[in-house]
Design a binder for this molecule. Structure first.
Ligand SMILES: N[C@@H](CCC(=O)N[C@@H](CS)C(=O)NCC(=O)O)C(=O)O
Length: 229
């Protein structure tokens, strides 16, 4: 069975879990929370060269990085494909996966998570409200405005769900857990896309499986309660 090292509330770990679920590949999650000092296992450095989650173990094969792992899983189990066959949709899917894992995570979700969870709850350091304000007032309009502009009637890279949708939705899910809801009036096409993705049965099932972690980490549960109601 595949082993996925990480925690489901991590943006990048969730993306891999969703890919494995969609492809019906059996897996177990081995909990690793790198931001908690002393939490990762002693051999973590040899499993994750960057120290980050997720890491995949498939027998004696180990692979880090969610983008690499999703591409690997797609070769291991080609159906359903997570990468569009159409060359332009394919290019778009890779770009948006990169944008989600880079800009959206680095400039929006990571600073918000850091200031609302890591600093106050793990490190005992006061939240920097001005940093949060800067993200919400300066970064979110540009980044979510762009995502809204590329969201259409179906999924981000064509008619079928792709790795781009998983990458973007995963960022939005974690944002809800730390209390930042997506402004539906301001970003209506992105909100509609988000709804479509979380209603995919495998995605809803993955969210259900996150419930104990959300409770255990005392994260905001309104979003999850709404999805699972
Ligand atoms: N490019 C990597 C990024 C992974 C990443 O940033 N993971 C975060 C959690 S979502 C992490 O491990 N953070 C802990 C740390 O930086 O120590 C991927 O796609 O897997």
């Amino acid at each position: 069975m595949l082993k996925i090292y990480g925690v489901p509330i991590s943006v990048h770990t969730r993306k891999v879990i969703l890919a494995a679920r969609l492809k019906r590949l059996p897996f177990e999650v081995v909990p690793v929370v790198p931001v908690i000092p002393g939490n990762p296992p002693p051999d973590w450095g040899s499993l994750s060269p960057t120290g980050k989650i997720p890491v995949l173990q498939d027998g004696d094969f180990t692979l880090a990085d969610s983008a690499a792992i999703c591409a690997y899983l797609d070769r291991k189990q080609p159906l359903p494909p997570l990468y569009p066959a159409d060359i332009r949709h394919h290019g778009h899917a890779l770009w948006l996966e990169q944008y989600a894992g880079g800009t959206v995570f680095r400039d929006v979700v990571h600073p918000l998570f850091h200031e609302t969870f890591v600093q106050p709850k793990i490190k005992g350091i006061a939240t920097d409200a001005s940093r949060i304000d800067g993200v919400l007032t300066r970064v979110v309009p540009e980044v979510f405005g762009y995502l809204d502009s590329v969201s259409g009637e179906r999924f981000l890279a064509g008619d079928a769900l792709s790795v781009a949708d998983l990458a973007v939705a995963s960022n939005l899910i974690t944002m809800q857990y730390i209390g930042f809801t997506l402004e539906r009036v301001r970003f209506p096409k992105l909100a509609a896309l988000f709804d479509r993705v979380i209603r995919v049965p495998e995605v809803t099932a993955a969210l259900q499986a996150e419930q104990p972690v959300v409770q255990q980490m005392a994260l905001r549960s309104e979003f999850l309660n709404g999805v699972l109601a």
